[in-house]
Design a protein around this ligand. Structure first.
Ligand SMILES: NC(=O)CC(=O)O
Length: 419
């Protein structure tokens, strides 16, 4: 697919039409989704005919929506046999807002069960022998395969940034609650964050602006002059594979070459502690969020999800409350990091996409920023020695989503044209 920004321009300049873009996306899915398996189902003709007649700012933009978002015109099954054929009456808020902006909700993309860890059959378009990551597996794969220019995902641990890194696409995990999660199946109500996938950070900024009406920055900075970049050194960096460490170092060099200054930012103990309490918060809240499914359909749950909920059911409220206090201290510490730097850069995953489909990978590099609520953008373009994508995360202060997107756009441009 061409990039979202290119399609928006082509429609505005009448070099294309919404109907042509919708037909082209359907054709691309028919041609390539057989081996990738990103889409579960496509929208009915009447929905796509209505979208073809749209003249909104997102007219002609086809979107793949992770199947934990309610859609009024398609089944919404949450990756669970419990919800087979389930038809919501209304769209999730973000879906409705995108439709109101003229977008074509083209189809539902695969999700791990309830957006947790049990893998889907979806393959990584960059190398079909590898996982696309999860839990937003189909959304990352659909954009990476060029089927659609935009896809919706969600992140509770690392489910936007990690698959974006594995599939070599731009991923946006906004500041917590910047996007509404209404109508998105809840796993953890203090962590779940709606997010986006697109080919470039510039596309993400435009999509976010046209869906929400918020200003996400004027687009790519000219250079890095005046930008203070923190090279984040976490307590778990020894888990990061050498080629991913090299990728982040290359990103820092490219930003310096564009005029930025870089300093090393060591992780404070309070953020190491915050990362460690993510699982307690996530599991304790998931037992409540999925109480009915867990209590009435335990045997119909996947192995990983069942284990998470079984453990979550043993956590005492006092332990959860202590974890929330640790998280709150972590949020304050995360804010303090940005008193001396404008953005941080860090690995988006431990390494490239693991081989096989047995695991969607590890959220170790992502869960802290999900818990603190800071905006994160995955910047694609770098690759391992065998050509598998390696994503670099640009992290900004809570609420500075436009800055994260602008710096990500600059870095993506520097990676694409390093001279
Ligand atoms: N939903 C999630 O974020 C879980 C994951 O990181 O795989």
């Amino acid at each position: 697919a061409s990039k979202l920004t290119e399609i928006v321009s082509a429609i505005a300049e009448q070099r294309s039409t919404p109907a042509k873009e919708i037909e082209a996306a359907r054709r691309r899915i028919a041609e390539s989704d057989g081996e990738v398996g990103a889409f579960l189902r496509l929208a009915p003709d009447e929905s796509l005919q209505a979208a073809a007649a749209s003249d909104g700012p997102l007219a002609g933009i086809t979107i793949g929506v992770k199947d934990i978002y309610d859609t009024r015109d398609m089944a919404t099954e949450h990756g669970s046999q419990i919800y087979r054929g389930h038809r919501p009456v209304a769209d999730a808020s973000l879906v409705s807002m995108a439709r109101l902006a003229g977008a074509a909700i083209l189809g539902k993309t695969t999700t791990t069960e309830f957006a947790s860890l049990d893998p889907t059959p979806t393959r990584n378009p960059r190398n079909l022998a590898h996982t696309p990551g999860g839990s937003s597996s189909g959304s990352a794969a659909a954009v990476a395969a060029g089927m659609v220019p935009l896809a919706f995902g969600s992140q509770t641990g690392g489910s936007v940034i990690r698959p974006a890194s594995f599939c070599g696409v731009a991923g946006f995990k906004p500041s917590f609650r910047l996007f509404p999660s209404v109508g998105m199946k809840t796993f953890s109500f203090t962590l779940d964050t709606a997010g986006l996938f697109a080919a470039t950070a510039e596309d993400l900024a435009l999509a976010a602006r046209l869906i929400t009406g918020r200003d996400f920055g004027a687009g790519r900075r000219a250079d890095g002059r005046g930008l203070r970049v923190g090279f984040y050194k976490s307590a778990v960096d020894d888990e990061v594979e050498a080629d991913m460490q090299a990728a982040v170092a290359e990103a820092a060099t490219l930003l310096e070459r564009s005029g930025a200054t870089t300093v090393t930012v060591e992780e404070p103990a309070s953020l190491t502690a915050a990362r460690s309490c993510h699982a307690t918060i996530q599991s304790f809240e998931a037992v409540m969020a999925l109480s009915d499914e867990f209590r009435r359909h335990r045997q119909r749950l996947g192995a990983d999800l069942g284990a998470i909920l079984d453990h979550g059911a043993t956590i005492e409220p006092a332990e959860y409350d202590e974890a929330r206090r640790t998280a709150r201290i972590g949020r304050k510490a995360a804010s303090a990091l940005f008193e001396t730097v404008d953005v941080l850069i860090a690995p988006s995953a431990l390494g490239p996409a693991p081989r096989g489909l047995a695991s969607t990978g590890d959220a170790l590099m992502n869960k802290l920023w999900t818990l603190t609520g800071n905006p994160v953008v995955n910047v694609p373009g770098l690759a391992s020695s065998v050509g598998l994508p390696l994503g670099v995360s640009v992290i900004a202060r809570f609420g500075r989503d436009a800055l994260a997107l602008d710096v990500a756009s600059l870095l993506q441009a520097m990676i694409a044209a390093p001279e």
